[in-house]
Write a protein of this length. Structure first.
Length: 343
């Protein structure tokens, strides 16, 4: 029996998922190029797989039956041509693609479907880890942790009652924009912080109305009433730059904005102005636009912004879990079964 050929688009996929695939498939891994000595000396952040690297691996790996898309290089018509859907060398062999992520803004879903390829995502496996970072950012930003560290470095540590006064979660109104798995995880973790009330907005009401007493409201109402606003919605045409100057003007001057979804949901130029001029109190961001954020970015010069490098899902367990979920989804598709989380 011929074993299906499966391509994993980077070596970042954790071993549990790879081992599961290897039980029934021939697995091909696209290696991430090592940094040169010159790049290390120049301070490059780490090895990154370029689009050109991946195009070359796809061309040399045909024929391919399935792909685990384990990086953020965009999967589009050019990639699919080389992967075996419209290429004389490969033939139309590609049957399924699974992105090893919950988000799928890097996948040209319409083009993949047009070619008759099953496509799916890997939600929920990372939710707990991302929710934890959301809470961490809320606490760090609201309690001015970054500003405090800067003052220590400058020798400005003071001891007086009104120094570095901040805002806490006790008695606060917390608003969540997009009450999916991550939003529910944040709500659950904050339920013991003596929050006064939870609000949420999105496309529909959720069962969390009953479980945690969260109230469904319109976005404008959430912006005006919330002391903390968590962004956990998907990036779509409707949510791109949803948080712009107009949105910030509707918010309390004491509000803390936390984004653990996707960077482009927030207009960063407007955010910088809102932070510098006191339109909002602080922000905690695990996602930015662009990514990686350049070291010269003005956002890094704003003391009331706490920024982490899209590390929300970076726990050993979360990464292992999502590797297994992606592998299971692809194996189902290759055996003729529907994917559990199709796009």
């Amino acid at each position: 029996m011929i074993r299906p050929r499966v391509l994993v688009t980077s070596t970042d996929m954790m071993q549990p998922g790879i081992e599961l695939l290897k039980k029934t498939c021939e697995v091909l891994l696209c290696p991430v190029p090592e940094l040169t000595r010159e790049e290390i000396s120049a301070g490059y952040p780490g090895p990154v797989q370029s689009r050109e690297d991946l195009l070359g691996h796809l061309k040399n790996s045909c024929p391919i039956d399935g792909i685990v898309w384990s990086n953020k290089v965009r999967c589009d018509a050019e990639m699919l041509d080389l992967a075996g859907t419209n290429h004389d060398h490969c033939g139309p062999s590609l049957k399924a693609i699974v992105t090893m992520s919950s988000g799928f803004d890097h996948m040209d879903v319409d083009e993949i479907r047009r070619r008759g390829i099953q496509v799916g995502r890997s939600p929920f496996a990372l939710d707990a880890a991302v929710a934890e970072v959301g809470v961490m950012l809320a606490l760090s930003a609201s309690r001015r942790a970054h500003e405090g560290r800067l003052m220590i470095e400058r020798g400005q540590w003071e001891s007086r009652p009104q120094w570095l006064l901040a805002h806490g979660l006790k008695g606060a109104t917390v608003g969540i924009v997009g009450l999916g798995g991550i939003g529910r995880g944040i709500l659950k973790r904050l339920s013991n912080f003596e929050v006064e009330r939870f609000l949420y907005t999105g496309r529909s009401r959720k069962p969390a109305d009953d479980e945690f007493g969260a109230k469904f409201v319109l976005l404008d109402d959430l912006l005006r009433q919330s002391d903390f606003v968590f962004v956990t919605c998907a990036l779509t045409n409707e949510t791109r730059q949803l948080f712009d100057a107009e949105a910030f003007a509707k918010m309390k001057r004491t509000v803390v904005l936390v984004n653990v979804a996707r960077g482009p949901i927030v207009d960063h130029s407007a955010l910088i102005q809102a932070l510098r001029h006191g339109t909002i109190f602080a922000a905690g961001l695990d996602v930015t636009d662009p990514e990686p954020l350049p070291a010269s970015s003005e956002l890094l010069q704003v003391p009331n912004a706490v920024i982490t490098p899209h590390m929300g899902s970076c726990t050993v367990k979360a990464r292992a879990d999502i590797s297994v979920l992606a592998a299971q989804s692809l194996l189902l598709a290759l055996s003729g079964e529907p994917m559990p989380y199709p796009l």
